[in-house]
Write a protein that binds this ligand. Structure first.
Ligand code: ZN
Length: 647
């Protein structure tokens, strides 16, 4: 089954959880990041991003400051602003964005080139180190911003700027004698070029994306060729990881497993999926499926986080999913959402939407605080704050969210995803409307010319019921396909009160309801949400003898503020009775899990470090409270634990 994504403008969210997060993005994160980009926030590392553009545009003097990919922060901010404007017009914000776009246009060079680092700091070294210097990555982010801004406002200025830059890149790279054979060290432009192609219809952009994908990893290896040309120049970052660090160890069609830097990998796989889809390349699609299987069945955390090794911020090996040392960058979960959305449009299969949902409600949402003011870069599943201050292998773990980062990729990435969430909820084809995610919203879909309005009422993910009011422009026969989440073992579906036989209408995790729909028809869906105890595959050595708690799509954790310190001494026997309790005042309104557990009585140990097993460990019964993982560290800092000992 194939379907097309919808535009963001088609959906209006009025959901408790998502509307709350959207308000944070619009009222808190976007203005805060604007101040950060302009170095107006005391106590956080300066960004200098806007000033870099001013200098490149000739409006200011001084030196470039920041990372070589500093421009991408402006791009991601602009992209988030575009989605905010698509959801809710705001002339003042649009005016600021227009001014930023004027500045970007002025910073563009006559030949179309656009990158403030190389324009201001090292004009002679353009395109001399694709492996490390992120020019194509920054270009990709700005292309995404340009398409998003055009779609939100109809304004073409940035789109035209980025088409000029894409034309420049198209002239520069390729197989002709006067071209370079290179490709980016940090993928991103591959998926961005496909967006640019879809927005403009210019097939050269699709071809260019395909070129970057197919050229990657070919011999002789471009990174070595350019290294030789540079002479002494910079050596590879993390040389022992080799080109696998940036997925260039093999041509993509020969890659069997997801390797290297997790964000790079998932941006690349997203672009590969786009090109496979747009060019009907089934061989390439099989590569995507193979890599998807590896990532989601062997290398993904229960929270939808990926990247288990901080060294290289990368995938390590199958089933290596340490909870405390995890790297699990927020951006990697976001990239997994991007990729899952694309895979879902190669084949409507709930497996893809399940992963999308898992990452969204857990690994992505944990990246931003409930006041929208601070962010996690790394999202471990177990934290002992004192150890993180001392141990070298935990140095990357911040135990409280940070205001901003010198490498500020995650905060604007969270902003752009949450602000554009509406487009992930539905898809459409000529005769079918697909509902992938559940949240209170109204959507206007187009089924082969038929106008269809769907209104969801629900308090998902906390409550089990979803009601969908169906309003076609006139009565007619078509299909509404509703996702039955993989976590849900008991589903009830009815239309106008009449139960449907789910077994006969469900395929690949979607219930296809085909009938003559009348305006005002109502679908009632109940997705039973008992508290589930989840075990990990025994190959995941870290989680042997442990369980995690999940309810609906939400993964839970224990936090020190509710349960005391040394959470490892908490035991959750299989017989433990657990109940879900709605707490409207806690953590912006969450369902918590309460119950009785056992706790090893530490007082009997006194000064003993080791003790023979003949002495049974004393335990006592304690009350436990588990909260949604994504909301941890919004009260007092302290320990946190997802996987709890079972015996
Ligand atoms: Zn990041």
């Amino acid at each position: 089954m194939k379907a097309k994504p919808i535009s963001l403008a088609a959906v209006r969210l009025n959901d408790r959880l998502w509307q709350n997060r959207f308000r944070l993005i619009k009222d808190q994160v976007v203005p805060y990041q604007w101040d950060a980009l302009n170095d107006r926030i005391p106590g956080v590392p300066p960004s200098h991003s806007i000033e870099n553009f001013r200098i490149a545009a000739g409006e200011s003097t001084g030196e470039f400051f920041g990372r070589v990919f500093q421009d991408s922060d402006v791009a991601k901010w602009l992209e988030a602003v575009s989605y905010v404007l698509a959801a809710e017009p705001d002339p003042e914000l649009e005016k600021i964005a227009d001014e930023v776009i004027d500045l970007i246009a002025k910073a563009q060079q006559d030949d179309g080139y656009l990158n403030t680092y190389f324009t201001v700091a090292e004009p002679d070294r353009r395109w001399t180190n694709l492996r490390d210097w992120h020019e194509l990555y920054c270009a990709g982010h700005m292309m995404e911003a340009a398409v998003a801004y055009y779609e939100a406002t109809g304004k073409r200025k940035l789109l035209e700027v980025m088409c000029r830059f894409a034309d420049h890149i198209d002239r520069t790279f390729g197989h002709k004698p006067d071209q370079m054979r290179g490709y980016p060290g940090h993928p991103e432009i591959e998926l961005a070029l496909v967006r640019l192609y879809n927005a403009t219809g210019n097939e050269r952009y699709l071809e260019l994306s395909k070129y970057f994908i197919d050229e990657r990893g070919q011999e002789p290896h471009w990174y070595e060729i350019e290294q030789e040309k540079r002479g002494a120049g910079p050596r590879p970052y993390l040389p022992d990881l080799g080109p696998a660090y940036s997925q260039a160890h093999l041509p993509i069609r020969e890659q069997q497993t997801a390797e290297g830097h997790a964000v790079r990998a998932l941006y690349l796989f997203s672009g590969v999926t786009d090109v496979a889809t747009e060019t009907n390349d089934n061989e390439l699609l099989d590569v995507c499926k193979r890599l998807w299987e590896n990532v989601t069945h062997q290398r993904m955390y229960i929270t939808g986080a990926v990247g288990s090794d901080h060294y290289g911020e990368r995938f390590s090996l199958d089933y290596d999913l340490p909870n405390d040392r995890a790297y699990t960058e927020t951006c990697a979960s976001i990239a997994l959402v991007f990729w899952a959305h694309r895979m879902l449009h190669t084949d409507i299969d709930a497996e893809y939407a399940d992963v999308l949902e898992r990452a969204l409600y857990n690994g992505v949402l944990s990246g931003i605080s409930l006041d929208g003011k601070s962010f996690f870069y790394v999202n471990p599943l177990e934290v002992w704050p004192e150890a993180c201050k001392v141990r070298d292998d935990l140095r990357h773990v911040k135990t409280v969210r940070q205001g901003w980062f010198s490498c500020a990729c995650c905060p604007p990435n969270v902003a752009r995803l949450i602000a554009s969430l509406g487009q992930y909820m539905y898809s459409h084809s000529a005769d079918t409307a697909y509902i992938h995610l559940y949240a209170a919203n109204e959507a206007n879909l187009d089924l082969g010319g038929r106008k269809l309005r769907l209104a969801q009422e629900t308090d998902y993910p906390w409550q089990e019921t979803v009601s969908v009011t169906v309003q076609p422009d006139q009565a007619g026969e078509f299909t509404i396909a509703l996702r039955i989440p993989g976590w849900c073992k008991k589903t009830h579906l009815a239309v106008n009160g009449k139960p449907a036989d789910l077994a006969s209408i469900t395929a690949k995790g979607y219930a296809y309801v085909s009938r003559m729909w009348e305006p005002g028809d109502e679908i009632q869906l109940t997705l039973a949400m008992p508290i589930q105890r989840i075990r990990a595959n025994p190959q995941v050595r870290e989680n042997a003898g442990r369980v995690a708690l999940q309810r609906g799509p939400i993964v839970y954790c224990l936090e020190e503020v509710d349960n005391g310190a040394n959470l490892s001494s908490m035991i959750l026997p299989p017989s433990a009775e657990l109940t879900a309790q709605w707490q409207p005042e806690l953590l912006s309104g969450v369902m918590v899990i309460k119950g009785k557990a056992q706790r090893i009585d530490e007082s009997t140990w006194e000064n003993t470090l080791y003790c023979p097993v003949e002495v049974p460990p004393g335990t006592r019964t304690v009350e436990i409270t588990a909260i949604p993982y994504s909301t941890w560290c919004n009260r007092l800092p302290g320990e946190m634990l997802v996987w709890i000992r079972e015996t």
